[in-house]
Design a protein around this ligand. Sequence first.
Ligand code: HEM
Ligand code: HEM
Length: 183
Amino acid sequence: MFSLSLSLSLSMFSLNAAVMSYKCLPLKKPEKKLIHLVLHAIALILGIIGIYTAFKFHNESNIANLYSLHSWLGIGVIVLYGIQWIYGFLIFFYPGGTMTIRSESLPWHVLFGIFVYILAVGTATLGYLEKLTFLQNSGLAKYGAEAFLVNFTAIITVLFGVFVFLTILSQPPQEDEHSYSAI
Ligand code: HEM
Ligand code: HEM
């Protein structure tokens, strides 16, 4: 269960960074594109590892698979995320679509990306709710420190999501020759 939470948390962390990379890094477009692509790949791989670990844990402990809304949305998130990554890679990176396909795809890529992102945040909060409910049903204090910690972690996930969303709406930094770059 620890590796499940760890890899899914790290996956959300990379996802946040990947979505914000275009707006927060004072670098040239091709570098930002590469960072965006690689961070999304890391998030996707960690997400798959996290879900694999969840199934492994369930199977080894004789717990049923895929019975919760959280798990259904989780499968939806990872499938849509994989499709979004493959489409983005093929059209915007390699082999790359024609200019028309790129420019017509981009608004859809951004819209779909925002949708998958919000769904991932929602899924994660349901995961926290479910985990805490299990713990509270097995005796954890309802207003105890652990319960507060889990709920606040979920609230921080949501608040962070709001700021990531605002970052997407913001204007990108101007590209210039004087920006920071690797020495
Ligand atoms: C976007 C991130 C997440 C995704 C995509 C995701 C996906 C999944 C999936 C597909 C399962 C089903 C595994 C099975 O049926 O064998 C699952 C189970 C579970 N997840 Fe998550 N999860 C995420 C985040 C979290 C978080 C943050 C927690 C909180 C600690 C969590 C807690 C759980 C628990 C307790 C289970 C077992 C119960 C169940 O199957 O509903 N998950 N998750
Ligand atoms: C699941 C994976 C992905 C998600 C969720 C995603 C999501 C997003 C989002 C939300 C934006 C808007 C960012 C902003 O305007 O600040 C964006 C922009 C963009 N993404 Fe992705 N993306 C993914 C994968 C990829 C891949 C693999 C590529 C391939 C290079 C790519 C190429 C681009 C490009 C070129 C832009 C436009 C940047 C601009 O000029 O404003 N994306 N993506």
